[in-house]
Ligand binder design. Structure first.
Ligand code: HEM
Length: 366
């Protein structure tokens, strides 16, 4: 049977959303390289580049840090245009109100993101602003990925088929896992933008000990050792503060929490014998987590080789996006068996009707 025109348009909307998501993945990598190569202020003005309009800045001057900072800006501006087009296309092609709103929120996210990026330059990269810029980038990616998921031809509004049992439902578990991963991204961003990524140079031990160096005496000894190792020069020889050391320890400790949550989720997905739309993102999540921990350890052992650090950030974004996809699919396809059950002793049973209005039982003669 041939495809109707409206189905064809929807398929193209879905494909375009995937393309936009891939563009944003590339954008995040370039953004990560700006920080990893300390190129953040190599273009001092914004929105212009050395007084030039962004797209007429001469190519031969794209050297060193300017290459990363300026290409990040250009790729970001194009991502903005792609995203506005995605929103317009969604409004024209998809008739579900919530999908339109979701797509609109992607455009709002990219606008705010661009503004935050510009402000980081104008305010000389304060930690809180750079960390917010890093975090919103990941939210933005997740929104566009969500648009791609819900516009897929395989997405159907048919009622859920599989039940979701257990004391803690998989529906809740996937949300908790996504929340835990999101927190880890924030902890990572704060650590990275306060230049505390190498506050502890060894792994899994911490200055040769299993106890985190959080006491005053240990912190002083740690700073002494970092000075000897030459690991403070990137931060203008400034000592690691107690809060910065804490942020580093927190990121390492939280990785254990992330690992437990992801393992728990994957085991539950296996046990539920869930369908492929759920199994696939769950196993991908497990693979991405393994890569993420490996890249995190390598970031430390290579003393923050810049591509390794950027790949760790990029893979972190993919991990979060995959967890979001898993959450969407689980919440779409699995339903808590108790949710729709009629409570026997809690007043009159209610019957749902297609209009969305709930009828009282006596209205339908029950
Ligand atoms: C478990 C999952 C993990 C996730 C999801 C994660 C995520 C992230 C992200 C997103 C960033 C950068 C944030 C930003 O700049 O916006 C980051 C930074 C960092 N992470 Fe992780 N991470 C994980 C585990 C680990 C582990 C196990 C280690 C090593 C012990 C590690 C070491 C680091 C370091 C050193 C940085 C700072 C890099 C720099 O300063 O350039 N991470 N992490």
């Amino acid at each position: 049977m041939g495809m109707t025109i409206s189905n064809k348009r929807r398929l193209w909307l879905h494909r375009y959303a995937i393309f936009a998501a891939l563009w944003i993945v590339a954008l995040i990598f370039f953004g990560a390289q700006v920080k990893s190569t300390s190129s953040g202020l190599s273009v001092p003005d914004w929105p212009n580049t050395y007084g030039h309009f962004m797209f007429s800045f001469p190519w031969e001057k794209m050297v060193g840090g300017i290459f990363w900072e300026h290409s990040h800006r250009m790729i970001a501006s194009i991502a903005g245009l792609f995203t506005f087009a995605l929103t317009v296309a969604t409004y024209r092609i998809d008739d579900r109100k919530w999908v339109k709103r979701l797509s609109l929120s992607a455009s709002i996210a990219v606008l705010v993101q661009g503004l935050l990026g510009g402000l980081t330059v104008l305010f000389y990269l304060p930690t809180w602003l750079s960390s917010s810029h890093g975090t919103l980038a990941q939210i933005y990616l997740c929104i566009v990925v969500s648009v791609a998921v819900v516009t897929s031809p395989r997405w159907s509004d048919a009622p859920a088929t599989s039940p979701d049992g257990g004391r803690i439902s998989l529906r809740s578990l996937v949300l908790a896992t996504t929340g835990v991963i999101f927190l880890q991204l924030i902890f990572g961003a704060v650590m990275r933008h306060s230049d505390a990524g190498l506050a502890i140079p060894d792994f899994p031990t911490m200055f040769g000990s299993w106890v985190p160096p959080l006491s005053d005496a240990r912190l002083a000894a740690a700073n002494h050792e970092l000075r000897d190792l030459g690991l403070l020069w990137k931060r203008g020889m400034q000592d690691i503060s107690a809060a910065e050391m804490f942020s580093h320890v927190l990121h390492r400790a939280w990785a254990v929490v992330v690992t437990i949550m992801v393992l728990w989720t994957v085991i539950r997905v296996r046990r539920e014998r869930a369908e492929a739309a759920i199994r696939r993102p769950a196993f991908l999540l497990l693979g991405l987590l393994a890569a993420q921990v490996t890249l995190g350890i390598l970031t430390i052992l290579t003393e923050k080789q810049f591509t390794v650090a950027s790949l760790h950030l990029l893979n972190g974004a993919l991990t979060l996006a995959t967890s979001v996809v898993l959450s969407i699919q689980v919440r779409h396809l699995l339903r808590d068996p108790n949710r729709d059950a009629v409570p026997v002793h809690q007043g009159r049973p209610r019957v749902a009707v297609p209009s969305g209005r709930a009828l009282e039982a006596d209205e339908v003669g029950a």
